[in-house]
Design a protein around this ligand. Sequence first.
Ligand code: COA
Length: 159
Amino acid sequence: MELLHVTVREMEEKDLPAVLEVEDLCFKDKWTKENFLYELNENPYSNPWVIELGNTDESVVSVVGFCVWWQTFDSATICQIAVHPYLQKRQLGSAMMDEIINDCFAKRVQTLTLEVRATNEKAINFYKKHGFETVTVKPHYYRDGEDAIYMMRKVDITF
Ligand SMILES: CC(C)(COP(=O)(O)OP(=O)(O)OC[C@H]1O[C@@H](n2cnc3c(N)ncnc32)[C@H](O)[C@@H]1OP(=O)(O)O)[C@@H](O)C(=O)NCCC(=O)NCCS
């Protein structure tokens, strides 16, 4: 059997069916195809990426997750990061996060921030594992009234 290889690369329009499937399975407030097209084609601050798994001979390649992060000067924010539920807990989210942090470091970004639902324990654990700390709680941040935890990580620190 061929070994699988993992690639993090920029999102393209052809990836959108797979991206929208993961989005649908992972989030309550879902981004639409139009939201992703805006990130791909119009938002100059946006970095939409996917993670794909493939055979080493590239005979089968599948997009199994994605992230969208924005950079404005020396700060950046993670808007979305998700892995297909069948493939979570296999370090694929970490592979994307490592790429984001490395790219931020290369671009001299100082701080990386994000909001996460207060009840999303696995994501909060994931972010803590990657060096994020809670800064504050944003009450009723989400459409359904749930609070957001606002987290931050300094980019030039390694964990
Ligand atoms: C958050 C998410 C992207 C993590 O991706 P992943 O590939 O499953 O995570 P990893 O395998 O890289 O896990 C790295 C660390 O995160 C934490 N973590 C991940 N999944 C976890 C779970 N189910 N329970 C507790 N901790 C978890 C652990 O600390 C883990 O380290 P370990 O493997 O040494 O235990 C993924 O769970 C996901 O897509 N969730 C749905 C979408 C979402 O909530 N995104 C965040 C919105 S703000």
